[in-house]
Design a protein around this ligand. Structure first.
Ligand code: MN
Length: 329
């Protein structure tokens, strides 16, 4: 339902060969540092594991649920798992032979690190886990670096921006490299280029976000499917939080399947409201301060639901169509 047929064949082939050669079959979150550092830990612990980096919504795939997974980390649960490690409040219902589940952990890599010890390259991985904690809980020690920021920023941003700027295969390569080289792996020219690319987009996003009007709750929508290379949707909430916005919902059309992809973020210190319920109601989930979902509902219906939700939470709300603001260049 979510995966293309040739991809399923590729997964099946890797799965069967892993079973034949006694390699572990693992799944980790593709999207951010937490999933990639978790992959590093798996590479360090097991001999030649096969690691699939997946989006959270891919875990619902019927085919993937026919397989038996050795380790699943930082993702919603599969039906058949030997070992499950996670920290998302919305994933509390699962069945696994063994598990480490703690919704108050800052990241899943931290739980995996403790569970799989002793590890080779333990010091290197401990350092990476510390960065994963900061990136996954949005508790960076500095503002995000822009294209001309040279130093004086949290190094967790380097790892974050590297991951965001690389494709899926390159992210797995980075995970492997972190095991042997630690954070020095980021000095690679190709990775530096990926980091620069992300910062360029972030810098453009900052000037773009200045045009967005303020409100306690902002619903931002975009029908322009090509926008994400130009504007970083994930950076927008954090820019708006600085202007006093409390909650940001961003909805955009997904290129692949025509569904609407939504992320909802809350200002970290605005603890009175959890955004997770809104995401769970639409088939998604995540954390109290950051959640997401993908839906076949029309954009108009999601906006209507968001206004109703905000009314219950007594938040002043505004809807802004981002397509009316796009920069021309
Ligand atoms: Mn995580």
């Amino acid at each position: 339902m979510y995966m293309k047929n040739f991809e399923k064949l590729r997964v099946l082939f890797s799965y069967l060969s892993a079973k034949i050669y006694g390699r572990k079959v693992c799944a980790s979150h593709v999207k951010d540092v937490d999933g990639i550092v978790s992959a590093s830990i798996l590479y360090s612990k097991f001999k030649n594991p096969i690691i699939f980096l997946l989006e959270t919504y891919e875990v619902g795939d019927r085919f993937l649920n026919l397989l038996k997974w050795d380790v699943v980390v930082d993702l919603p649960p599969f039906k058949k798992m030997k070992f499950y490690v996670d920290h998302h409040a919305s994933n509390s219902l699962f069945k696994a032979e063994k598990s480490v589940y703690n919704p108050s952990a800052k990241c899943a890599a931290e739980l995996l690190f403790e569970a799989l010890k002793p590890l080779s390259h333990e010091e290197i991985l401990r350092e990476a886990v510390e960065l994963a904690k900061r990136t996954d809980s949005a508790s960076y020690l500095s503002d995000p670096p822009l294209i001309d920021t040279v130093n004086d920023y949290d190094e967790a941003w380097d790892l974050n921006d590297a991951v965001k700027g690389l494709n899926k295969e390159e992210r797995l390569d980075l995970a492997k490299k972190i095991v042997s080289e630690g954070l020095k792996a980021l000095n690679d020219e190709k990775i530096q280029e990926a980091i620069r690319k992300v910062r360029k987009v972030r810098t453009r996003t900052y000037s773009f976000a200045e045009q967005i009007p303020s409100s306690e709750f902002l619903i931002l929508t975009s029908k322009n499917t090509f926008s994400e290379e130009k504007i970083s949707f994930s950076a927008i909430p954090f820019i708006l939080f600085k202007k006093g916005v409390k909650v940001v919902l961003i909805c955009s059309l997904n290129k692949g399947n025509g569904k609407v992809k939504c992320s909802i973020n809350r200002q970290p210190c605005f603890k009175g409201v959890s955004v997770r319920g809104f995401a769970e109601k639409h088939g998604g989930g995540g954390h109290d301060a950051a959640s997401g979902f993908m839906t076949s509902l029309p954009l108009e219906k999601i906006i209507e639901d968001a206004f109703k939700w905000a009314e219950q939470k007594k938040l002043k709300t505004k809807h802004v169509n981002l397509n009316t603001l796009y920069p021309k260049n």
